[in-house]
Design a protein around this ligand. Structure first.
Ligand code: C2E
Ligand code: CA
Ligand code: CA
Ligand code: CA
Length: 281
């Protein structure tokens, strides 16, 4: 209550100062947020581009702050990375995502063929006990490894390519699959790409969004899709926002899409309804 009184004067504080205070205070609150159960997941459908069939979900974390309301991951994930809290948070996300999928599979046979994609952060990926940690989560939740897909970035793998590839191989032996997230935005190394034991490339939505403004951008997306296919990878387009995007990407033989045109990130309840909904084929 005292804090609320103080905030009334914030109109007089310079913006940068205000931002620093917000940051420090959020960092502090983030430590408590796990055991206070303030985090929750939303699930965004990933569908086949040519006939809109549900193939799985990407789990996206949200933070319901007691006073500030909903804080977006674009703000708190980087803070969690810097402070190291991402290790505990990432572990929570993985476990919660697996628990949710297992619960769906118990009531809906259709969910047994769906994948749950989970974002792995750089710090999390570089942990030496990552493989054991993931094994532990699979065991604890009963999640079948073949339904779990991990989203990692090229930049993460390239930090220490040799040990990263080894980690990926160990996880893959368990049955887990991988996609390269935000493809095209990070440190890219074509020669390494073929050595990564991965299944999919996710084209970052900045590329997809820009497709509409110029033919050149369509060409870039086309080349990325061809590159992926030549390496035996399938492609997920992020940020599919319109029918035009859907049709253009389908023509380029991009297999999967994710975006507001199909669905927003959904609550667990609404995601479960999407599993039972008749497919729109
Ligand atoms: P991302 O992995 O690239 O996730 C896709 C982001 O695009 C999500 O933002 C999603 O809500 C948004 N999006 C989906 N469809 C559309 C669309 O059609 N148009 C537009 N403009 N945006 C769309 P969100 O949920 O705010 O997450 C932002 C980023 O935060 C994620 O980007 C990811 O890097 C990170 N993040 C989210 N959840 C987690 C998590 O559990 N762990 C880690 N390490 N990072 C996470
Ligand atoms: Ca992602
Ligand atoms: Ca992205
Ligand atoms: Ca990302």
């Amino acid at each position: 209550a005292k804090n609320k009184g103080r905030n009334r004067f914030k109109v007089f504080t310079p913006k940068m100062f205000e931002r620093t205070i917000r940051r420090m205070s959020l960092e502090n609150d983030m430590r408590r947020a796990i055991f206070r159960e303030e985090y929750f997941l939303e699930f965004q459908p990933i569908v086949t581009l040519h006939d809109s069939r549900l193939t799985g979900f990407e789990a996206l974390v949200r933070w319901k702050h007691p006073d500030r309301g909903l804080v977006g991951p674009a703000e708190f994930i980087p803070m969690a990375e810097e402070s190291g809290l991402i290790i505990d948070l990432g572990h929570w996300v993985l476990e919660e995502a697996c628990r949710t999928m297992v619960a769906w599979q118990k009531t809906h046979p259709a969910a047994r063929n769906l994948t749950m994609s989970v974002n792995i952060s750089g710090k999390q990926f570089s942990q030496s006990d990552l493989v054991d940690c993931i094994k532990g989560v699979l065991k604890k939740t009963g999640m079948p490894a073949r339904n779990l897909k991990l989203e990692i970035t090229e930049t993460m793998i390239m930090q220490d390519a040799k040990s990263s590839i080894e980690k990926l191989n160990r996880l893959r032996k368990l049955g887990i699959t991988f996609s390269i997230d935000d493809f095209g935005t990070g440190y890219s190394s074509m020669s390494y790409l073929q050595q990564f034991p991965i299944e999919s490339l996710k084209i970052d939505f900045s590329f997809i969004r820009n497709m509409k403004t110029s033919q050149e951008n369509v060409e870039i997306v086309k080349i990325i899709i061809q590159l992926a296919h030549s390496l035996g990878l399938d492609v997920v387009a992020e940020g599919v926002e319109s029918e035009w995007h859907q049709a253009t990407l389908a023509k380029l033989r991009c297999e999967f899409g994710q975006g507001f045109y199909f669905a927003q990130p959904l609550s667990a309840y609404r995601a479960e309804q999407a599993i039972c909904a008749p497919q729109q084929a």
